[in-house]
Design a protein around this ligand. Structure first.
Ligand SMILES: [Zn+2]
Length: 119
């Protein structure tokens, strides 16, 4: 209970569910657009749909990244490299790992200060 592996597996599972849900949403929006016959930015409704699809696509991409990050962290766990910064080789730090279990870079390499801003 509460091991790093379980946390990461849970995170990967949740992210995969989000990807599946967003893919459905995205497909629904694409369908709505073609059903309305208006995938046209000049049409107000078409523009709204285009915007919603763009938004869904961005969320989908973020969710896919989270899946990839969680899986990468699990691989690193298997390889005994979990918690070591991918870039500089320094320990990532317990606080950062607690906030973002799938982090593969230390807070400095990640840009510093904004860790956890988009978890
Ligand atoms: Zn680093």
């Amino acid at each position: 209970m509460g091991s790093v592996r379980e946390t990461l597996e849970e995170e990967a599972r949740r992210a995969r569910e989000r990807v599946a849900a967003l893919e459905r949403e995205f497909a629904g929006l694409a369908e709505a657009a073609s059903a309305a016959g208006t995938d046209d930015e000049h049409d107000p409704e078409g523009a709204t749909l285009a915007f919603e699809r763009q938004h869904a696509a961005a969320l989908l991409e973020a969710a896919r990244e989270q899946v990839a990050a969680a899986e990468a962290a699990l691989r690193r766990l298997d390889e005994g490299r979990y918690g070591v910064c991918e870039r500089c080789g320094q320990p990532i730090g317990a606080e950062r790992l607690a906030a973002r279990p799938a982090a593969v870079t230390c807070i400095r390499c990640a840009g510093g200060g904004r860790a956890g801003a988009r978890t």
